[in-house]
Design a protein around this ligand. Sequence first.
Ligand SMILES: [Zn+2]
Length: 146
Amino acid sequence: MNHQELEHYRKLLLDIRRAIVSEMSNIKSEEEDSTLKDEDGDHSAYPYHMADQGSDSIAQEMNFFFAHRDSRFLYHIDAALDRIEDGTYGICEICQEEISKDRLDVLPHARFCITCKTKEESMKVNQSNSRGNYTAWVNDDIYESY
Ligand SMILES: [Zn+2]
C-alpha cells in the first residue's frame, strides 16, 4: 500500500475515532442527567416506581452496552492507526495477504481479509448462540471489530 493510500485510511480512521468519542461523551452526559433526576425525585410518591426502575435499569444497561461496545471499537480503531505507523496496516493477520481496498473502505480497522473473516465469523456465530439477543448488534457490520 502506498503512502497516499495509507494517508487516506489514516484520515478515515481519525474521522471515525472522532465520531465515536463524541458519541461516548453523549452517553456519559445522559447518565449524569438520570442520576440527577433520581436524587431529586421522591420515590414514595410513585406507586409504580418498581416498574420505572426496571425500565431505567434496562436503559442504563443499554447505555453501558453501547459505551462498552464503542470503547472496544475505539480500541480497534487505535490498533489500526498503530498498524499504519508500524507498516503492517492492510495485511491480514491470519494469512498475511493484503486485505482488499473495497473491504478497508467499509471497515478501515479490519484485521483480517474477507476469506479469513468469513471463516472466523461462522465459528463465532456457533459460539454466541447462547449469549442472547445482543449478539445481533455485536455482529453488526458497522461495528465489526476484527
Ligand atoms: Zn486472510
